[in-house]
Design a protein around this ligand. Structure first.
Ligand SMILES: C[S@@+](CC[C@H](N)C(=O)[O-])C[C@H]1O[C@@H](n2cnc3c(N)ncnc32)[C@H](O)[C@@H]1O
Length: 296
């Protein structure tokens, strides 16, 4: 039988486990698990192992993206680090069991995200989205996604009311859906350069009844916007920054996430727009820029 998933794992110290797990997710892992002597799949005494689940065939892309960033973060030579990884194929059944066990209802502010197999009783003011773990990043598990959802709620609470929103690097479309629920007047573009993500986003958005509000695509024909949401890694944010600023209305805002602590100064400097807010959670930073109403 063909294995369709691969577990990629690295033994770590307990101090390293959060950072390694976060970078596994950042590099595209569909799921991440920390194993030690106490977990179902137990490790030997004294060993902690961070495990990433990835699709078969994506191993090289995953390692190419992950290894240099992880090596810098752990201060280890890239080649040495690459040799410490273990890769094991797993079956679809093992994969499904992993997800059913680990993927639960999540709450981010007033947003509640549930998998289709779990019911929730919403509290007043809640917006519930149904998203099953699937083919793209953006199930709401990751700190960088949570930070943007909190930022969208805070922008709304501050009275900001965008009417044209670009969600660049949309993944499953979760940020577009959060924006659609808070800004009912807004037109939204959810764009991702990964065809799998576009397909998933279109499906998730349709399942949540938001297809008439959000236009999903592989590319974007530039148009004026007053809010940009971009949860992508540093180099892509910097590359897309001129495109965003060119299309951003005066008074419009850009929310950048997916930035590591040691990258935030460079992002702020190169973006060169006034900063409305800058939050962080663990090693991740989120920054909200505003284009001055009088030009700039
Ligand atoms: C970290 S995920 C964020 C997903 C989702 N927005 C979230 O917040 O959970 C980044 C996404 O950006 C996409 N991406 C990377 N480079 C891109 C580019 N140059 N243009 C458009 N999308 C890009 C990836 O395919 C991926 O789906």
């Amino acid at each position: 039988m063909l294995n369709e998933w691969v577990e990629v794992s690295l033994p770590v110290t307990t101090e390293q486990e959060d950072e390694v797990a976060a970078l596994f997710v950042w590099a595209g892992a569909m799921g991440v698990e920390v194993r030690d002597t106490t977990t179902l799949f137990a490790e030997d005494r004294g060993t902690t192992r961070v495990v990433a689940y990835i699709e078969q065939g994506t191993e090289k892309a995953f390692m190419d993206l992950l290894n240099p960033v992880l090596a810098a973060s752990l201060d280890q030579p890239e080649e040495e680090l690459a040799e410490r990884f273990r890769m094991l194929p797993i079956t679809r059944q093992e994969w499904n069991e992993f997800w059913k066990k680990t993927f639960d209802v999540q709450r981010i502010g007033h947003f509640v995200i549930r998998p289709s197999w779990k019911e929730v009783v919403p509290e007043p003011g809640d917006t519930v989205f149904v998203i099953d773990p699937g083919m793209a990043f953006g199930t709401g598990l990751h700190a960088t996604t949570r930070l943007v959802m909190e930022a969208i709620e805070q922008l709304h609470a501050s009275g900001f009311r965008p009417t044209r929103i670009l969600d660049m690097g949309a993944g499953t479309g979760i940020l577009s859906m959060a924006a659609a629920s808070l800004f009912p007047e807004a037109r939204i573009w959810a764009v991702d350069n990964d065809p799998d993500a576009v397909e998933t986003a279109a499906e998730v958005i349709a399942n949540n009844g938001l297809s008439d509000r959000i236009q999903v695509g592989l590319s974007w024909s530039e148009a004026p916007v007053d809010l940009v949401l971009a949860n992508i890694q540093r180099d892509v944010l910097l590359e897309l920054n001129p495109l965003f600023q060119r299309n951003l209305d005066p008074g419009g805002r850009m929310v950048f996430s997916g930035i590591l602590n040691d990258q935030i100064d460079e992002i702020r400097e190169k973006t060169n727009l006034p900063v409305v807010r800058n939050w962080h959670e663990g090693e991740w930073e989120l920054v909200v820029f505003e284009k001055p109403a009088t030009g700039g």
